[in-house]
Design a protein. Structure first.
Length: 398
């Protein structure tokens, strides 16, 4: 008999969004006449930008002739896309090298897989509430996790505690689910903490394109010293509506070097390259052509138009919450709006209440951690029409 990874026994039975989908399917089956509006999982609704589509077509066309056909590509991504990412950072005043960039199929895989490079006996620091992938993947490995409380008192932006040691630190900013985003000074405190503790920060910046405040950094590499202690994960899922198309990128600076127990220095960049070339055959050429097209000036302008569309939804949601006197966070530098459950309900009760009485699906805060117990998340990634209708139903209910 094989010995199983029994750490899986310590996981919840299903992944958060699978659990929600299951509950909604059950309700839909019992109530076939009800029109359900889904503002739960952060999945986009607008079609791809015309230039992304043109790029994808170009990729497909290349596959049709012997001269331009592409088989296996470089596992870390084609040079044209890695360079496009470097240029994108440069526009924000941040200098990285093409060899720091690894093209992927999205931030979920990379934030989930990065743990492969680190031993089991590292202490992991994870804010609560947060995107469940960080917790679940470390539970799968059996690592010790310490949680740091994010709550209304600290505006959901917890700061490092110098009395607590950690080796692997997860930060998501703008945060999923709370929408809170760190400023540069706060991020510097995290970088200083990581450097003092010889720790590494896994910085998830999947929502950077939603930052509207020019004072807020869009990358942890805006902070001096970050290249010695951080890996940044980014995704085109929300920036360019690639949730179904799948493309992201991870920046592993060549400066990120740690000492092994035998005293030898190990480059995390070289380790990630070794890992990816072994376990990953690269993002498809076709998808990378589509991605490269959105990194052009015109492509990015088309992305910005779609983002503005979703930002309008965020305002629709925030306006109703303000009107009803419901305390909320996010929605400004983030596509997520995070609010206190009305009537003192806990978040799963509120989920059922909203589904049963307004046929609106959101995400219960408890799914992101204990500090989400009395909070609820709505996404702005619906259509204008469905968002407006959902909030009209919401307004009537409260
Ligand atoms: C979410 O709703 O939290 C995200 O869409 C999930 C994801 O990006 O995997």
């Amino acid at each position: 008999m094989p010995k199983l990874n029994e750490n899986y026994q310590n996981l919840k039975e299903s992944y958060l969004f699978v659990e929600i989908a299951h509950r909604v399917a059950k309700y839909a089956e019992a109530n076939p006449d009800k029109k359900i509006i889904r503002l739960g999982i952060g999945d986009v609704t607008l079609p791809l930008e015309p230039l992304a589509v043109a790029g994808l077509h170009e990729g497909v066309d290349a596959m049709t002739s012997t001269e331009t056909f592409k088989g296996y590509g470089p596992e870390q991504g084609y040079d044209f896309l890695r360079q496009a990412v470097v240029d994108y950072y440069a526009e924000n005043g941040i200098s990285i090298q093409a060899d720091d960039v690894f093209i992927s199929d999205g931030a979920k895989s990379d934030t989930g897989n990065i743990g492969d490079l680190f031993a089991k006996d590292n202490i992991v620091l994870i804010p609560d509430p947060v995107y469940p992938v960080y917790v679940d993947t470390n539970v799968m490995t059996g690592r010790e996790i310490i949680y740091i409380d994010a709550n209304a008192e600290n505006n959901f932006l917890p700061m490092p505690d110098k009395h607590v040691h950690a080796d692997l630190i997860y930060i998501c900013s703008p945060n999923n689910p709370t929408g809170a985003a760190y400023n540069k000074e706060q991020l510097k405190a995290w970088v200083d903490y990581a450097l003092e503790n010889d720790a590494v920060i896994f910085y998830d910046s999947a929502y950077e394109a939603f930052i509207t405040d020019p004072e807020l950094p869009r990358s942890i590499f805006a902070v001096e010293g970050a290249k010695k202690c951080a890996i940044e994960f980014c995704s085109l899922s929300k920036t360019a509506g690639f949730t179904g198309t799948r493309c992201g990128y991870t920046v592993v600076p060549q400066e990120l070097v740690f000492k092994a127990s035998n005293g030898e220095e190990m480059s995390v960049n070289a380790m990630w390259k070794r890992r990816q070339t072994t376990k990953f055959n690269g993002t498809s050429y076709i998808v990378q052509k589509g991605a490269a097209a959105i990194f052009t000036k015109e492509g990015m302008a088309q992305c910005r138009e779609n983002i503005a569309y979703y930002q309008k939804n965020a305002k629709t949601i925030s306006d109703v919450l303000s009107k009803k006197g419901i305390r909320f966070f996010g929605g400004k530098n983030s596509p997520y709006i995070w609010f206190e459950c009305p009537k003192g309900m806990d978040s799963w009760d509120f989920f059922d209440y909203l589904l049963n009485n307004a046929q609106v699906v959101g995400t219960p805060g408890a799914g992101f951690g204990k500090n989400g117990q009395n909070f609820f998340r709505l996404t702005s990634f619906g259509t204008h029409e469905s968002t407006k209708e959902a909030m009209e139903r919401f307004e009537k209910l409260f």
